[in-house]
Design a protein around this ligand. Structure first.
Ligand code: SAM
Length: 282
């Protein structure tokens, strides 16, 4: 039917799409290869274009990491998916890096890259770009080798649990968190996003740092057969979530998606970058 006159079934569909359980079920169709193809090759990942979204993301992360204020024992990347670009600056500042994802297929994709297995995605252009931002003239292969050595574990995560990493890492033990496009992409709405932020905040030591990149006003993205719905909100709402959670915002930037980068794999309007520091306990 057209949905009208069938209030029972249409209500059911609405309810289904907007629960944490339904999102988890929908992620079972997530295809890492399609996701990488959609987002991490040109035109979206074009390093010859200085206005490209990938260059913007890497610069935000590099600038925070060049401040000299971030570092320690353990860095955890929340919801890594099949990607590593988000830790390319931060990993250098920590003894141990832990990558995490909700899906086994994504953890396998990461291990394929870490072990340099055939068919692994090529992060070379991203690593090369971060080396050029750093400007030390280091061959990018050196950074790749260091990152592969620095990652100690690839483990499951669920940001909707009060202890998102279960027994692997207790609350209050992590020096810093990175997370890109995760919380909004697995939350049915803004309150669920805020709750997820609270859950991951529990992992951090007082004074610990978060570097988060997120989608602004996005309602869906595609990853192969999968169409994932995204909790849509504004940059003001992103900022407010961090402030209300007791963070000091150290840097906040946003990027408006240019027309040339709207290629039909999602309806994202912009991207936010937050560098936030958890207050020392009072
Ligand atoms: N960080 C990667 C990036 O920057 O492209 C991947 C982002 S992808 C849009 C969203 C990720 O969230 C997926 O890898 C997915 O498996 C993960 N995810 C889904 N449900 C989750 C949950 N409940 N807790 C944590 N991560 C989840």
């Amino acid at each position: 039917g057209d949905g009208k006159g069938e209030p029972f079934s249409s209500n059911r569909i609405t309810a289904n799409m907007s629960t944490i359980e339904a999102i988890a079920e929908n992620y079972q169709t997530f295809n890492p290869a399609a996701y990488l193809q959609n987002n991490y090759i040109p035109p979206l990942a074009d390093f010859s274009d200085p206005d490209s979204v990938v260059a913007w993301k890497l610069k935000c992360l590099a600038d925070a990491c060049a401040s000299g204020e971030i570092g320690g024992q353990i860095l955890v990347d929340i919801g890594s998916g099949p990607t590593v670009y988000q830790v390319l600056s931060a990993f250098e500042l920590f003894k141990e890096v832990i990558l995490t994802d909700f899906l086994a297929v994504n953890r396998e994709e990461l291990k394929k890259w870490l072990h340099d297995e055939p068919g692994a995605f090529d992060w070379g252009p991203f690593i090369n770009h971060v080396c050029s931002i750093e400007g030390k003239g280091e061959p990018w292969q050196e950074k790749r080798k260091r990152l592969r050595e620095r990652v100690s574990r690839v483990i499951p995560v669920n940001v909707h649990q009060p202890c998102p990493l279960g027994t692997e890492l207790a609350p209050g033990t992590v020096d810093a968190l990175v997370s890109s496009f995760c919380l909004e992409a697995c939350s049915p709405d803004y309150p669920a996003f805020v709750k997820a932020l609270q859950n991951i905040t529990g992992l951090l030591k007082p004074g610990g740092h978060v570097l988060m990149i997120g989608a602004l006003e996005e309602s869906y993205f595609l990853a192969g057969e999968a169409k994932l719905s995204v909790a849509s909100f504004t940059e003001e709402m992103t900022r407010k979530a961090f402030q209300d959670m007791g963070y000091v915002i150290r840097d906040f930037r946003s990027y408006t998606m240019p027309e040339s980068m709207k290629v039909g794999v999602d309806d994202v309007k912009g991207i936010s970058f937050v560098w936030a520091q958890k207050k020392e306990s009072n």
